[in-house]
Design a protein around this ligand. Sequence first.
Ligand code: ADP
Ligand code: MG
Length: 393
Amino acid sequence: MAEMNKRTIEDISMEGKRVLVRVDFNVPIEDGRVADDTRIEAALPTIRYLQKNGAKTILMSHLGRPKGEKVDSLSLKPVADRLGDLLDQKVHFAEDCVGSAAEGAVEALKTGEILVLENTRFHPEEKANDAEFAKKLTGLADLYVNDAFGSAHRAHASTEGVANHLPAVAGFLMEAEVKNLSRAVENPEQPYVAILGGAKISDKIDVVRSFLDRSDTLLVGGGMANTFLAARGYQMWDSLVEVDALDTAREILQGSGEDMLLPTDLVVADDFSAEADHKVVDVAEIPEGWQALDIGPETVETFRQVISTAKMVVWNGPMGVFELEPFAKGTNEIAQAVALVDGFTVIGGGDSASAVNKAGLAESMSHVSTGGGASLAFLEGKMLPGLAALDDR
Ligand code: ADP
Ligand code: MG
């Protein structure tokens, strides 16, 4: 694994210390319960380590977009409860992340105990990265740990501001994400095959460029491929095509030569719906009024061949509208192909990770990133403020 130039929880003594940990507990809540606890699970190694090493563990996170106000449905209380279930022990909860509720709860906390603070985004100062607010948070603790890789691309008080006032180190999840993703950015093994899909090019122009620079072959599918195909002159009819991105797409195509492969056939439908009439057609033969919702079998086969030669694969973005069963096949078959690679395989991006999980293939990948926007930013080679703010080794 690549080295990380940041200090981690293993570089620092926790004994008897109040440790403020930024975790990514931004989980889906349905009917007041946690609907998917993947992100809570991902934080457990750090939490267990702190506990074992005699820390008083204070966890903080955002949840959803409460816009700087208290919103009951976005409380972290159900998350604290689920964490208690997973650890099989009492987890304390403070009704606010700063002020007397938080201070009292921290004061009462004993060595080895765990406290979850209420949603940091109930305060507008969180997103504003307000220095006074950051100081209130750090006043609760002796040390700061950032284990919220999924939020590291944002410079908020709990992810960045607090690191200026306390010794600040990375947790295990942050460390694993950085090491695994660095390997793809810094010195990829070859052949390196990058796979890019998802809805739009405009979200990911820098990712396209970064992948083209670094990979040997770039395979493009999903909605993004539609815009490239349109730029090549194909009639895409009702497919998702970004007209504003056509010039950029043309420019990228001109520079990419044979290193970038686009679909040669597509699954098209007469409506954006699971019940729509659908069929496989050549890219040049989309019927008027139809739309491309998945890559076709010939494309899957071409991509599969390329993938099978890879020593490294980085994949972001589904190959089609995988949420609708008739258009999930391309994504699932590419996931199968990546799972079989004899090499290092990384999945980045929220929907991509969920597609791989849904296909039951997460265990077969070297690394499935928990960060959506953060993993994309990292793969683009951008600096993540939440990571940069941590103490250098
Ligand atoms: P990630 O979260 O992995 O970065 P994106 O958010 O960029 O991925 O894209 C995922 C979305 O792209 C999915 O909701 C999927 O339905 C959509 N998508 C994929 N292919 C198409 C297509 N051909 N037409 C419309 N939407 C598509
Ligand atoms: Mg997404």
